[in-house]
Design a protein around this ligand. Structure first.
Ligand code: MN
Length: 252
């Protein structure tokens, strides 16, 4: 029996989660363990300082009052009692592109799956109108899930999938785009005279790159970026050795 674990960061009641689950049902036994509340932008966080509670919502449907990475771990150890063949995360309500990935709970859940040795895919969708339409994203998710179940992924590799609104023109394998990071912080005053802050993502300025995830979605294609957990700047190793180490390899 092919076992597929589904989670997300928008919370167990998200319509994106329902769309993904429905799309994957024909491919195997789908188990959902998703955050009870929305945890968008929580990154790869684990909950270490309070107990976690798992609530059974139905047949193979669970809500955990924790993070997406908590969900993957609790699912493997306490719900599935073993590794699934595939971890799917999403469908996120909004794109997860380029430099923003490390904030993403959606991508982090797939990263957690990859670290556990399970082929893992994060799926995020763009909305163009007032209503969410998950048709394109659900179909892309099912197609890629089927391909990965059949052909596998290289070790320690996950897929970050972003789907444009409407009917995708096709699929592009992409690299992470780069944006010139601008964060807007709005400062306001509360009724007691104290300052409070709202962090918001300001208008993105993407560096032009024909191979990027951003460009693919912008051109109307499903973007598929292979990622790995290794954040080492391999190209910088020589420069850092030059900077900080003597010829003996000891820190000066
Ligand atoms: Mn989200």
């Amino acid at each position: 029996m092919t076992r597929i674990l589904v989670t997300n960061d928008d919370g167990v009641r998200s319509p994106g989660l329902a769309a993904l689950t429905a799309a994957l049902e024909p491919l195997g036994e789908v188990t959902v363990v998703a955050p009870l509340r929305e945890t968008s932008a929580i990154g790869h966080a684990l909950t270490l300082h309070r107990p976690l509670r798992l609530e059974r919502l139905g047949d193979r449907r669970f809500a955990l009052d924790g993070t997406p990475s908590d969900c993957v771990n609790i699912a493997v150890v306490s719900v599935l009692k073993g590794l699934p063949q595939l971890v799917m995360s999403g469908i996120n309500l909004g794109l997860n592109l380029g430099d923003d990935l490390t904030y993403s709970g959606t991508v982090s859940a797939a990263l957690e799956g990859a670290l556990l040795g399970v082929p893992s895919i994060a799926v995020s969708a763009h909305r163009s109108g007032p209503e969410w339409d998950f048709h394109g994203a659900a179909r892309a998710a099912a197609t890629l899930a089927e391909a990965v179940l059949k052909g596998g992924l290289p070790p320690r590799t996950l897929l970050n999938v972003n789907v444009p609104a409407g009917e995708p023109k096709g699929l592009r394998v992409t690299v992470q785009g780069r944006r010139n990071h601008v964060t807007s912080v709005e400062e306001r005053i509360d009724p007691r005279g104290r300052a409070y802050f709202w962090i918001d993502v300001a208008q993105d300025h993407w560096e032009p790159d024909a191979r990027s995830d951003y460009q693919a979605v912008r051109d109307g294609f499903v973007s598929v970026t292979p990622l790995h957990p290794d954040l080492t700047a391999h190209a910088a190793l020589a420069a850092i050795e030059e900077l900080s180490l003597g010829t003996t390899g000891e820190v000066r």
